[in-house]
Write a protein that binds this ligand. Structure first.
Ligand SMILES: Cc1ncc(COP(=O)(O)O)c(C=O)c1O
Length: 472
């Protein structure tokens, strides 16, 4: 059972105190950490006395906070194991169904399925009989899909053979497989901060030690992007085994890495013997900017059907040299036994026509992004809204370190958002909030109205500190 020390929990809690009773603030903040995944269900929390000492509060306060969490089902007492964090069934976000839920879930940066998926699924089902005589366990990918993916890289200017493509269970699976296979516990792995939280989970899950490079969202006040000096420093000081970056419409900032910096990144990785992995999951989601080109052939590319076609198709892939692809395929079996054939057939149907699909996707993203920006600008003028050329989310600067209290207050208004610290390597970003714009414009406008009400509540509790720049 995973155990969280009092020091680690104190670090995760950050500035947890509000103006209300300490026991309530502490319970609320632990609940948020659990709901947004920073504490995983089943983790043993520190003993009351240790946590009280680390936080500088009385043991009664911690005991009362734990009691509150027990009442709400977020903590269970296990004989011999102390207090164990738990996720009550009701707090798992419900998947969007045919009946529109009253709650608005802005924790996921994704669009609904593209209409083309339905026809493709019908054609894929018609193709299935050709595959049924086989056993269906597929560790590398169907030849037709590997070819279609290879053709797309070749069309983008990176000549690719099907043997250089491995089809996976989504991009997240590809990232996890790369981390487990290309690193050994204790290796340093360069990551972005803020970054995609599940990639960071994958790095840590493989025993890697993250080395963070800051990324800033562009705004009217400043250009965004990767901190060039920090990038140089991270390579030369840490000599990471793997560097994982999202250079095209980075999640959550929407930043796009300029061509000169991409070249420098490749040079640095080559010089320091680092395996460079670029995650292109959101690369095709340019709204005001074109799809960035591929990297050279020695860079591992990760891709996915989840954002362009549908997240319900659990299909992703990676492009690497053929020997690495074989090596990775050989290491899949301890965790899973292959990619579903039917889903692969669907993606193979859509992929050759992806550019047509993307025209509609980009128009959809533009309308959604602009609706959210417009409503936020009208209702929350003190927030610094980013300039987002593409991707699926706004990384909003709140002007005050209130992201976690805001996320909690927003839940009371029926809006689920992930607080900024979920996207940092070390729990920073309490001044930021990620707002995905994958929902329809009316829902996003309603979410912004509710967020404004929630913000009014948290602002009335804590006075605004003067805004200053934080680079973490
Ligand atoms: C950068 C990045 N990588 C990977 C993923 C996961 O992709 P998939 O659904 O294909 O596993 C996401 C999803 O949000 C993402 O933003």
């Amino acid at each position: 059972m995973a155990t969280l020390s009092a020091t680690s929990l104190t670090h995760l809690l950050g500035e947890w105190r509000g103006t209300g009773p300490a026991l309530r603030a502490l319970a609320d903040r632990i609940r948020l950490l659990l709901l947004d995944g920073r504490i995983t269900s089943g983790t043993r929390l520190p003993a009351e006395r240790e946590l009280a000492a680390a936080l500088g509060v009385s043991r009664t306060t911690v005991a009362a906070a734990y009691a509150r969490l027990r009442e709400s089902g977020h903590l269970t007492s296990v004989r011999g194991s102390g207090s164990v964090a738990a996720l009550p069934a009701a707090s798992v976000p419900r998947p969007a169904g045919p009946r529109a839920p009253v709650e608005i879930d802005l924790t996921r940066a994704a669009l609904p399925g593209a209409p083309e998926v339905l026809d493709a699924a019908r054609r894929a089902a018609a193709d299935l009989p050709a595959h049924l005589p086989g056993v269906g366990y597929d560790l590398v990918g169907l030849p037709a899909l590997r070819s279609a993916i290879a053709d797309r890289y070749t069309g983008r200017g990176l000549p690719t053979r099907p043997e250089e493509v491995l089809v996976t269970l989504g991009a997240q699976h590809a990232v996890g497989l790369l981390c487990r296979t290309l690193t050994v516990p204790g290796d340093r792995v360069l990551v972005e901060s803020p970054g995609y939280p599940h990639a960071l989970d994958a790095v840590r899950g493989a025993g890697g030690r993250p080395v963070a490079v800051p990324v800033v969202a562009a705004s009217a006040a400043r250009p965004g992007g990767w901190d060039a000096d920090a990038l140089e420093e991270a390579f030369s000081a840490a000599r990471p085994a793997v560097a994982y970056l999202m250079p095209g419409f980075h999640n959550p900032t929407g930043a796009v890495m300029p061509a000169a910096q991409r070249r420098r990144l490749v040079e640095l990785a080559r010089r320091h013997g680092t395996r460079l992995v670029v995650d292109e999951t959101t690369n095709d989601l340019g709204i005001d900017a074109a799809t960035p080109p591929p990297f050279p052939a020695d860079v591992v590319h990760v891709g996915s059907a989840a954002k362009t076609m549908w997240g319900g198709l659990r299909i992703g892939w990676l492009r690497a040299d053929a020997a690495t692809v074989r090596h990775l395929a050989a290491h899949r079996s301890p965790w899973e036994l292959g990619t579903p054939v039917l889903d692969q057939l669907v993606v193979a149907e859509v992929l050759p026509r992806l550019d047509e699909v993307l025209v509609a996707r980009r128009a959809e993203l533009r309308a959604r992004r602009d609706a959210l920006l417009d409503e936020l600008a009208g209702r929350l003028p003190e927030w610094e809204l980013p300039v987002v050329p593409g991707g699926l989310a706004l990384w909003v600067h709140l002007g005050a370190a209130l992201s976690s209290p805001l996320a909690l207050a927003a839940r009371r208004h029926g809006v689920h958002v992930s607080a900024g610290p979920r996207f940092g390597v070390d729990g920073a970003f309490e001044r930021y909030l990620r707002l995905p714009f994958g929902a329809d414009p009316d829902t996003l406008r309603e979410a912004a109205r509710r967020l404004a009400r929630a913000w009014g509540e948290v602002r009335s509790e804590v006075p605004l500190a003067p805004s200053f720049e934080v680079l973490v």
